[in-house]
Design a binder for this molecule. Structure first.
Ligand SMILES: [Zn+2]
Length: 98
């Protein structure tokens, strides 16, 4: 199951939890992350887009399987945003360099 990312408002509670727990996030590949939960368990979070171009977030924890916004996905979202931004800059530099 996954949820559609619509904005910051839906993430507020999960952001607070993520700040409190500060889970460890590791990138597996671009858009795919491993995150350590509050009890030391590891979950996989994936970011993708559907055919409408909406951002989809998927986590294999119990909440995530029910389509809920969990703090794991929010913790990964921050790292994903930073990496995505860097990649956009890198692509632009390659284009300019040509
Ligand atoms: Zn989760």
């Amino acid at each position: 199951m996954s949820y559609i990312l619509t904005g910051k408002a839906q993430l507020e509670k999960a952001i607070l939890r993520a700040k409190k727990i500060k889970p460890l996030v590791k990138m597996i590949s671009f858009g795919k992350y491993a995150v350590r939960g509050s009890k030391g368990d590891i979950y996989t979070v994936k970011f993708s887009r559907n055919s409408l171009g909406e951002k989809l977030v998927e986590c294999d924890c119990r909440g995530g399987e029910r389509g809920l916004v969990c703090f794991h996905s929010v913790a990964c979202l921050e790292l994903h945003g930073t990496i995505a931004k860097r990649r956009r800059i890198a692509v632009r530099q390659v284009e300019v360099g040509r």
